[in-house]
Design a protein. Structure first.
Length: 300
């Protein structure tokens, strides 16, 4: 079985990946910013570039899930800089260490925000970079893997959509509102939501680690993206609650500023062409299946 080193292992996706890898007898090494508690942890300080690449000797794959949540707060200039710093600097440091240590695979987080607001246009991995802060952030984030790519490492750039999880993530904020009958479409509701269940996110990450044919940009989204209005209706149906309400776009912009414009009122009709071409088989094919799983299951 493979030895996998993971940075960002305490987040929603990282912690679930650790659990799944260990459950299938893989060895997991956590890359941590504090003093290591045991031999399964490696210290680094990406802020200063401190990382002993020798600690990655014998590691088969590295996974980088670092990054502050883009929806954690209103997008001030300082917060936007923290979004960049929490992604680009750690990626550069880990990418160089992976190259120096001769690790064979680097699976690096990215996001479908790379495509900007695609409207109704379908976006596979060949779609161009879009406009806006998120698109530029994703471009620079992916470019930070250059040291590993130049060293011949197989690099997978996981352009992830909205992860539907039994715990945490977007649903942890939405479920209480929908349960009270306060679920609402956002603005026109025509913007697309490129969802993926947490189970498929983790299975696809493990698939990417193990599958030589998977490299470059890969959309980690479900096979059937839906509009915000369709998502709202599906969420209400799963929870057996009405969803007649609408949150006006101008109110969201007034409350949340630039994040509302890019993160809530825009969207990506992204499809997982690269994953499906490589032979990945989804567990959840529709948003209804993914929501039923995410609202009735407790995992990791």
């Amino acid at each position: 079985m493979a030895t996998v080193a993971i940075a960002g292992s305490s987040g929603l996706i990282g912690s679930a990946l650790v659990y799944a890898l260990r459950a299938t007898d893989h060895q997991v090494v956590r890359i941590v910013r504090r003093e290591p508690a045991n031999s399964d942890e490696i210290y680094w300080n990406p802020d200063t570039g401190e990382f002993d690449a020798a600690a990655l000797r014998g590691v088969d794959a590295a996974v980088n899930m670092c990054g502050v949540n883009v929806g954690a707060k209103r997008w001030s200039g300082a917060f936007k800089q923290s979004l960049r710093d929490s992604r680009i600097d750690p990626t550069e440091v880990l990418s160089q260490a992976v190259a120096d240590a001769g690790v064979g695979v680097l699976v690096n987080a990215s996001a479908v925000g790379y495509y900007g607001d695609t409207g109704s246009r379908v976006a596979d991995e060949t779609a161009p970079q879009g406009r806006g802060f998120l698109a530029q952030l994703c471009r620079d984030w992916e470019a930070a893997t250059a040291p590993a790519q130049q060293a011949g490492v197989r690099v997978v750039l996981t352009r992830t959509g909205v992860v539907l999880s039994p715990r945490g993530g977007m649903l942890s904020r939405l479920r209480p509102l929908f349960s009270l009958g306060l679920g609402a479409r956002l603005g026109s509701g025509r913007q697309y939501i490129p969802w993926i269940s947490l189970e498929d996110q983790i299975r696809a990450l493990m698939f990417a680690i193990q599958t030589e044919e998977v490299s470059g940009a890969v959309n980690f989204t479900g096979p059937a993206p839906v509009t915000n209005a369709e998502f709202t209706f599906a969420m209400g149906r799963v929870l057996n609650r009405p969803t007649p309400l609408m949150a006006p776009g101008f109110a969201l912009k007034a409350l949340l500023g630039e994040f509302a414009e890019e993160g809530l009122l825009g969207g990506q009709r992204a499809i997982p062409a690269a994953l499906e071409r490589a032979g990945y088989e989804f567990r959840h094919h529709t948003v209804g299946e993914a929501l039923a799983y995410a609202t009735s299951t407790v995992e990791w």
